[in-house]
Design a protein around this ligand. Structure first.
Ligand code: GRF
Length: 216
């Protein structure tokens, strides 16, 4: 695969989008961001896109309550206009339907701020603290029709500290999100991700198998 075109869907501040923009800028990611789409007009992700000369599209979800299929059809229509190869969910706060997933099979990636399959859903940093786990982290996965259930591409692990609050743990995890998301997209761009059932195999990978983490 040559240089791929990425479409980014985002709802919020867009720090993951920024990490992707920066990775393209410093050439660690051989991709072009073709379009950023948000369901929220006030998403800072749209501002970031405009600041970098990337097409920024707002598709309001307001009239589509209970009609998620129709909303997703609009997303597909827009993504097709820009000929995107890969769809990236970077803090897109909507559950996507089969309409989007079937249009881009194994071509949609999401970032989730926990070590899936632990803690799917929302407010997962607080859930990790409440559960008392010693490690959490983040996961980049391909999107299937379930919630946070698709094949896992990359995970990064961070310790959970005794004095962590939702904010401190979220910040520690977010820093790793910004590392692994561009990396996952780059592996995709290099054509190195092979989905075999639930497993994503990285061809010509270099993981040695002798790493470990202990906390405390
Ligand atoms: C991140 O924590 C991501 O894992 C979650 O939503 C948040 C988005 O942050 N899905 P940002 O908008 O990329 O700053």
């Amino acid at each position: 695969m040559g240089r791929i075109k990425v479409g980014v869907l985002a709802s919020g501040r867009g720090s993951n989008l920024q990490a992707i923009i920066d990775a393209v800028g410093n050439k660690t990611l051989a991709a072009d961001i073709a379009v950023v789409i948000s369901d929220r007009a006030d998403s800072f992700a749209l501002t970031r896109a405009r600041q970098h000369g990337v097409a920024a599209v707002h598709i309001s979800a307001r009239e589509y309550k209970g009609r998620r299929d129709e909303y997703d059809a609009l997303l597909v229509q827009e993504l097709k206009k820009f000929n995107v190869d890969l769809v990236v969910l970077a803090g897109f706060m909507r559950i996507v339907t089969g309409v989007l997933v079937r249009s881009y099979p194994h071509r949609i990636m999401n970032i989730h701020p926990a070590l899936l399959p632990a803690f799917p859903g929302l407010h997962v940093q607080q859930a990790a603290i409440d559960h008392g786990v010693k490690f959490s982290g983040c996961t980049v996965h391909f999107v299937d029709e379930g919630m946070d259930t698709g094949p896992i591409v990359i995970q990064a692990v961070v310790p959970v500290l005794d004095n962590d609050t939702e904010d401190t743990l979220s910040a520690r995890i977010l820093k790793q999100e910004h590392t692994i998301f561009p990396r996952a997209i780059q592996l995709y761009a290099e054509g190195r991700l092979k989905v075999e059932g639930r497993r994503v195999v990285v061809t010509s990978g270099t993981n040695s198998g002798d790493g470990f983490l202990i906390n405390p």
